[in-house]
Design a protein around this ligand. Structure first.
Ligand SMILES: C[S@@+](CC[C@H](N)C(=O)[O-])C[C@H]1O[C@@H](n2cnc3c(N)ncnc32)[C@H](O)[C@@H]1O
Length: 252
């Protein structure tokens, strides 16, 4: 695990650029060459996820997502945050997909909490509902965009998102919205694709960011979060260490 203090220097990171994702940049002498790509619109992305929803569970199974998420969730000590919140503890899973991150979190908790899941894809949400219900979670799922969460300020103890922020032209907007609904002392937990061969394939197919540790840390700090930390995440199949988990607390 890498821990970052909140007063350290902001690491350099490419800016988010006029709604486009910076795929690569090269400096040659006085030349700076940037390759940007327009992300899929929210509606196109929802349609694409609707279309792959039938095979998503096979993909998630091959990548062993649930098991992969458990390790950083344990390191983050998110369970302690939820225990301190008591029996009314509430967790929001943004871009819940078929519920893998919530189910992974539930598996490391001793006491039950209430899960809320949002997603722009109706078909993915249908999967989340049935899978989270089958796993015995107390879960409520709603169609919504992470950029405009239909919840009050400071209404969750943990707000999380796995493999969602890298889809967005400006992940910092989503983080600001996630922090808005987070209680003081609560935890944000996100997992995103990192630069790797697997990350490049995902980028090509889905027009996503491949987020470096420095970038992710900078984004969390810019969102006014403290105690920022991160850890590489090993996925199953041949994906290898293809993602990074980041977490941080909202100052009290
Ligand atoms: C790669 S899947 C990850 C699903 C799940 N979090 C997991 O780890 O198994 C990304 C999910 O994010 C959803 N998504 C993409 N953009 C979104 C947005 N702006 N707001 C909410 N959900 C979004 C997609 O519909 C999809 O279900």
């Amino acid at each position: 695990m890498t821990q970052f203090d909140t007063k350290g220097l902001l690491p350099p990171h490419p800016p988010v650029m006029d709604g486009a994702i910076l795929m690569t940049s090269r400096r040659i002498g006085s030349w700076e060459i940037l390759v940007k790509r327009r992300p899929l619109s929210s509606a196109d992305l929802a349609n694409r996820y609707d279309a792959v929803s039938g095979s998503w569970e096979r993909t998630a199974g091959r990548l062993q997502l649930e098991a992969a998420y458990q390790e950083p969730l344990l390191t983050s000590q998110v369970a302690t945050v939820l225990t301190q919140a008591g029996p009314q503890a509430r967790v929001l899973d943004c871009g819940v997909g078929s519920g893998n991150l919530s189910i992974a979190l539930d598996s490391i908790l001793t006491d039950p909490v209430t899960f809320h899941g949002i997603d722009t894809s109706a078909e993915m949400l249908a999967q989340a509902r049935s899978k989270m219900h089958a796993a015995g979670l107390r879960a409520h799922c709603k169609q919504a965009d992470v950029l405009s969460l239909p919840y009050d300020d400071q209404s969750f103890d943990v707000v999380m998102a796995a493999h969602v922020l890298e889809h967005l032209p400006d992940p910092r907007r989503a983080l600001r919205e996630m922090v808005r609904v987070l209680n003081p002392g609560g935890m944000v937990f996100v997992c995103v694709t990192r630069p790797s061969l697997f990350g490049a394939l995902i980028q090509l197919k889905w027009r996503t960011w491949a987020v470096t540790e420095k970038q992710g840390v900078a984004w969390l700090r810019e969102s006014q979060l403290a105690e920022v930390a991160c850890q590489p995440v090993r996925l199953g199949s041949c994906a290898g260490v293809a993602s990074t988990a980041f977490w941080a607390r909202r100052p009290t």
